[in-house]
Design a protein around this ligand. Structure first.
Ligand code: ATP
Ligand code: MG
Length: 402
């Protein structure tokens, strides 16, 4: 396309403002380019959408959610959360500014679109109501630990300028007969009274009661209470439930949620984006970031954050200047502590114990890392890198033949 590089720059600047309408226009342009067979330019815009979705993601344009969607008294610092009657432990935490001190969640494009769709329903409630449809009000996030589910719920609330009533379901489960059901009823009554987003975290805790034979009767009562309360809340407020074990959820409970969003482990591109963001202060080049992403393997955002923080701490204490070689050295030093190098098939293990295999594996992972950069990271000659690569190929060919 003519003048595409100028269009690309315009799109980048526009996307960084975080306006959802602008983003939609860029998405439309990408789709049109694709349809017209201009795959290369469409991919460039796709990449741009992806990278800015991570950096700018949910925060920039704050949406004031309509009173017709979420009504009720204002939550203030003086309002106390309800407590468990037996133990006096609060049933929920009230978070008045859910975005405060939280990092921006980073997602792949599919997830970004799913969340943007949810936000646009809440943002454009009146457009929906004019057409005689109501926005959905409930969403279940499910996926492995550490993938940013709780973070995402909080960022959604921050984006809508709503305080969060955050209840961990395991905190509602009481050993006193009847108290769990009462806690649930009290929690919902509280959330319905205030203008807030209700977040039900660790939602599978109820399902775990099934494992205890003494709890079966109680569980029935508790699930019924939960269903009744979810139904009663269906036309008021916003509710997000979060679970690691979607398979454990009662199907009737699952059905009560209008949206089910899977927040899975980040893909390779998102991992790279996460590391680029978490390690932004080190100003690492792309090849070093790709090496780190390869070493980290398919880990959660939370693991990558820990990895990045440990790396920064190690570099800070070593007194070394940041360079490809010192970053690799620091990586080798922290891997054993992070459990990233424990399995002998893992890239982290190879980096520490078997450099030849590491070189072969990373060069054949099609990450586009140049041999020259790898030589800098490993402090060896380029010919050593190239020799190791051939040696690895020969070894793989031999083991395939055998
Ligand atoms: N997608 C992500 N983008 C940015 N940071 C992330 C992401 N996922 C996880 N993190 C980092 O990991 C931390 C923990 O994430 P969070 O508690 O939201 O995970 P979770 O999915 O709720 O985990 P669990 O299932 O164990 O409760 C976050 O505070 C953040 O620092
Ligand atoms: Mg969580």
């Amino acid at each position: 396309m003519e003048h595409f590089s100028a269009i690309q720059s315009l799109c980048r600047v526009g996307l960084e403002q975080g306006d959802a309408r602008f983003r939609r226009q860029v998405e439309r342009l990408r789709d049109r380019l694709k349809k017209a067979g201009d795959e290369r330019d469409a991919d460039v815009l796709g990449g741009l959408l992806n990278s800015v979705s991570g950096e700018a993601s949910l925060a920039p344009s704050i949406v004031e959610v309509s009173r017709s969607l979420v009504s009720g008294d204002e939550l203030t610092a003086n309002v106390q959360a309800p407590v468990d009657r037996e133990t006096s432990v609060p049933l929920a935490e009230i978070v008045l500014e859910p975005g405060l001190g939280k990092p921006e969640p980073i997602y792949n494009e599919t997830l970004h679109l799913a969340l943007a769709g949810l936000i646009s329903e809440w943002e454009r409630t009146s457009a929906l109501q004019a057409m005689g449809v109501e926005p959905s009000r409930s969403c279940l996030f499910y996926g492995p630990p550490g993938t940013g589910k709780t973070l995402t719920a909080f960022m959604l609330a921050a984006r809508l300028r709503l305080p969060v009533v955050n209840a961990r379901i395991d905190g509602l489960v009481s050993s006193f007969l009847g108290t769990t059901a009462r806690n649930i009823a009290n929690l919902f009554e509280f959330a319905n009274r205030y203008r807030c987003m209700l977040v039900l975290d660790e939602f599978d805790a109820l399902a775990k009661m099934r494992d205890d034979p003494h709890e079966v009767g109680e569980l029935k009562r508790v699930v019924n209470t939960l269903l009744q309360n979810l139904d009663a809340r269906a036309d008021r407020g916003l509710t997000i439930a979060i679970t690691n074990h979607d398979g454990l959820l009662d199907p009737a409970v699952w059905r009560r949620f209008e949206n089910h969003i899977h927040i899975g482990l980040p893909d390779a591109q998102t991992r790279l984006l996460m590391l680029r963001t978490f390690l932004a202060s080190l100003k690492l080049n792309d090849d070093v970031l790709k090496m780190l992403s390869f070493v980290a393997g398919s880990r959660s955002g939370s693991d990558l954050r820990t990895f990045a923080d440990s790396l920064r701490r190690n570099l800070a204490l070593s007194g070394d200047e940041v360079s490809p070689a010192t970053v690799t050295k620091a990586t080798k030093a922290i891997l054993p502590r992070l459990g990233l190098g424990s399995d002998d098939l893992e890239p982290g293990y190879l980096l520490v114990k078997d450099e030849t295999s590491f070189i072969g594996a990373i060069l054949h992972a099609d990450l586009g890392i140049r041999q020259e950069s790898l030589a800098q990271m490993l402090e060896c000659s380029q010919s050593k890198v190239s020799r190791s690569s051939s040696e690895w190929e020969a070894r793989v060919a031999q083991s395939n033949a055998g």
